[in-house]
Each structure stands twice: as C-alpha cells, then as structure tokens.
Ligand binder design. Structure first.
Ligand code: GTP
Ligand code: MG
Length: 177
C-alpha cells in the first residue's frame, strides 16, 4: 500500500432494529439516541482516518433493515469495499438472518471473487448482556464456516468496541486496494 489518499465505501446491512444507524452515529458523531427511527432509504456519512500514513476517507452507507425497503437498498451495494453485517445479541433471529443478508449482498453486488470479499460481523448491544440470546461461540463458528470473517461485539449506546470495529473494517477494505 503506497502513501496516497483513499476513499472507501463501506456498507452496513442487517435486520431492522439491530443498531446500524446507531453504530454509524456513535462512530462518526459520538451521538446516541434511545429513540428508534427506522431508516427508509440508504444514506452515508463520512469519517477521515489515518492508516499507515495514508489519509483514508471512509464513506459509511447505512441501509434500511425493513423488508419493504430491500429493493432500494440493493442499488447501493455496488462498488462497496467492505460490508458490515450487524445483528443484535438479544435477538436470535437477527443472527440467523446473517446468511441471507450475505447471500443477497453477494448476488446484488456481483463481485468477481466473492470468496475474498471482506465482510465484518458485528454483534451489537452488549450493554444488554443480561438479555443475551446469541453466544459468542456460535457466532465465531459461523464466521469460521463463512470465510473466516472478522467478528466484533459492540455497544453503540456505550461506545464499546465501535472505533475498533470500524478501524478493522477500513483496514480490511484497504487490503483490496
Ligand atoms: P433500521 O433502520 O430499521 O434498519 O434499524 P437500525 O438497524 O438502524 O437500528 P437503530 O440504530 O435505529 O436502533 C434500533 C433501536 O436500538 C433504537 O431504539 C436504538 O436506540 C437501540 N440501540 C441501538 N444500538 C444500541 C446499543 O448498543 N444498546 C442498546 N441498549 N440499544 C441500542
Ligand atoms: Mg437505521
């Protein structure tokens, strides 16, 4: 990787209510709200970071988890450099659905080498650990079976591991440059 400026497109996908918008707002604006406002169309925020001396502009695309907006979402998948798949540790279905999200992303984005495309898995809401329904171990197994995907548990609410996860996303996207 040479020293130049990079623009990386990363995309957040996953079920409605898992915290995609919240993760983006915590990371970019250090802001969190308990109020739920469903995302209805994809939109992005940018964040600049420096990695190995290069300025990296991360364009973070937040998509809608609700089924009825899926046809709009897929238009934004193309050209992504990394895909972040989010589930909620207190919602087992949101973990089960990761496979469908991954499949749909690969089909719609039409990459030539889907096996090497960087996905990062985020289990959000670890501040609610007492309501946990998805074990770390199950997700680690799933990540192994699905191409050795990187995995983080986060809390957008308490800003736990959020920076770390997004930096890992930027680094894995850069490896493709
Ligand atoms: P869609 O836009 O419908 O796809 O949902 P989303 O994935 O963007 O979820 P959103 O960020 O809107 O969060 C849904 C709800 O979960 C909101 O009420 C948030 O306040 C809450 N939430 C998000 N992250 C966390 C977290 O880390 N901990 C807790 N306790 N609540 C969270
Ligand atoms: Mg949202």
């Amino acid at each position: 990787m040479s020293t130049r400026n990079y623009i990386l497109k990363v995309i957040l996908i996953g079920d409605s209510g898992v915290g995609k918008t919240s993760l983006m707002n915590t990371y970019v604006n250090q802001k969190f709200s308990d109020e739920y406002k469903a995302t209805i169309g994809a939109d992005f925020l940018t964040k600049e970071l420096v990695i190995n001396g290069s300025v990296v502009t991360m364009q973070i695309w937040d998509t809608a988890g609700q089924e009825r907006f899926q046809s709009i979402n897929v238009a934004f998948y193309r050209g992504a450099d990394c895909c972040i798949m989010v589930y909620d540790i207190t919602d087992h279905d949101s973990f089960v659905h990761l496979g469908d999200w991954k499949e749909e992303f690969m089909v719609q984005s039409a990459y030539e080498n889907p096996e090497t495309f960087p996905f990062v898995v985020i289990g959000n809401k670890i501040d609610c650990d007492n309501e946990r329904l998805v074990s770390r171990n199950d997700v680690e197994q799933w990540c192994k079976q699905n191409g050795n995907l990187q995995f983080f548990e986060t809390s957008a609410k308490e800003s736990i591991n959020v920076d770390k996860a997004f930096i890992a996303v930027a680094e894995s996207a850069l490896k493709r440059e």
